[in-house]
Write a protein that binds this ligand. Structure first.
Ligand code: ADP
Length: 405
């Protein structure tokens, strides 16, 4: 493990500030090693708050009563001071902030100035649940670390290369011009990291490859990456479109809303809640934990089997569509909780893609732990499991901005 005394080490602190929780990681970008990471949960509840700070594989549990993000970030600073590493000694080079929505303004990471913060604020209508908390994280961390460069890394930035035919919805003009209705995508930091890592793993230049990245976590999205650029992605105006997810429906008939308003008496808020939080795997079989879905399916449970099959069907459909979009595919990469850990779902997606040139390797798929190929060495289209590392990607992008001055 790299130590703070390694002369080549370059440290970045990555912050992911949500409404009631803050995640952070201290990384050495040179080695890619995480020096420390932590989570501060239940901010604002006044009591029963919990935080965990992990250094060298040892997790320090911390009780707290932080009422706001300012107090929560004080806990972060105290955790580093008490359990290490000493932030002054590691010579932090910058702070990278994960920002959920950069709209069409940000096609890459940005040094946070007053103007940039204002633009992020202007995008709150597009990400009302995320951007306000991301901004609070920026403000407080800038107060705590005023001498460091702070960099915004946007989830949407990687997708700004998607061409108009792929990002445009066929809807009335004023929807598109006055209400910013278009596809923005999400998970861009993960798709960017996985695409780059996939090229390294297959030993070919990224700009020659057509890659389909399947990021399958609680939220899930597919991305077609051609020559290192996102050309199509499954999430849309919001992260609700596309694949079947833990609690989100993904693709469905857009007039379902009107139908349910009329026939079930649902209101706008209830509809929004149910389509985002009561649908997907949860709506189909009562759990959004894919491990449980898989276990119940193996035991013959009909609802879990249907949930699994709908998920796999949707994925196969997207793989086919993105192969058409890129006029072929070279590599299919699976990542995030389900992509990395469910050989069952990977098999359900890949085993019947022989017509595309995918020669699935069932044994490799079953025995794989971590990173590796799950197609035969002669397969025309390769499939790999490539664990994502969004924090490292944020840290790298942060350092790139710092280095550019
Ligand atoms: P998030 O989007 O919240 O970051 P993750 O990437 O951690 O989500 O993925 C969470 C999903 O991964 C859950 O559905 C979980 O059940 C699933 N998962 C984690 N481990 C396994 C496993 N060993 N087998 C199948 N699914 C798993």
């Amino acid at each position: 493990m790299t130590t703070p005394t390694n002369p080549d080490a370059r440290h970045v602190l990555v912050i992911n500030a949500g409404s009631s929780s803050i995640k952070y990681q201290l990384l050495d970008v040179t080695s890619g090693v995480t020096q420390a990471k932590g989570l501060i949960e239940r901010i604002g509840e006044g009591h029963g708050g919990h935080a965990a700070h992990t250094v060298n594989g040892v997790t320090h549990e911390i009780d707290h009563s932080a009422m706001n993000h300012r107090e929560a970030f004080e806990i972060l600073r105290a955790a580093f001071a008490e359990h290490g590493p000493d932030l002054a000694q590691v010579q932090l080079e910058g702070v990278g902030h994960r920002i959920v929505h950069g709209g069409t303004f940000f096609d890459g990471p940005a040094l946070i100035t007053g103007g940039v913060a204002e633009q992020i604020r202007g995008l709150i209508p597009l990400a009302p649940l995320h951007n306000p908390h991301n901004l609070t994280g920026i403000r407080v961390m800038q107060q705590l670390f005023p001498d460091l460069p702070h960099v915004a890394v946007f989830d949407t930035a990687f997708h700004t290369t998607i061409p108009a035919p792929a990002h445009t919805y066929a809807v009335p003009e004023y929807w598109r011009t006055e209400h910013a209705v278009r596809r923005y995508g999400a998970h861009g930091t993960s798709h960017a990291y996985v695409a780059r890592r996939t090229a390294e793993l297959v030993g070919r230049p990224l700009d020659e490859l057509r890659i389909i990245v399947l990021h399958l976590g609680n939220g899930a999205s597919a991305c077609a990456v051609q020559g290192g650029r996102s050309v199509e992605t499954s999430m849309g105006m919001t992260p609700a479109e596309g694949l079947v997810m833990g609690t989100r429906a993904g693709d469905m008939d857009p007039t379902l809303a009107a139908h349910l308003f009329r026939s079930a008496g649902l209101g706008v808020e209830a509809y929004d809640r149910e389509v985002n939080h009561a649908s997907g795997l949860l709506g189909l079989c009562g759990t959004n934990d894919f491990r449980e879905v898989t276990e119940r399916r193996a035991a013959g449970d009909a609802d879990a089997t249907l949930a699994f099959d709908v998920t796999a069907h949707r994925l196969r459909k997207y793989v086919g569509a993105y192969t058409a979009v890129m006029e072929g595919v070279d590599v299919i990469a699976f990542t995030a909780g389900i992509g990395e850990h469910s050989p069952e779902l990977r098999e359900a997606v890949l085993a019947r893609l022989g017509h595309l040139g995918v020669e699935f390797d069932a044994d490799a798929n079953e025995s794989l732990r971590g990173e590796g190929p799950i197609t035969t060495s002669g397969s025309k289209v390769a499939a790999w499991v490539v664990p994502t590392n969004e924090e490292l990607e944020i840290a790298r992008q942060t350092l790139a901005v710092v280095d550019a001055g």
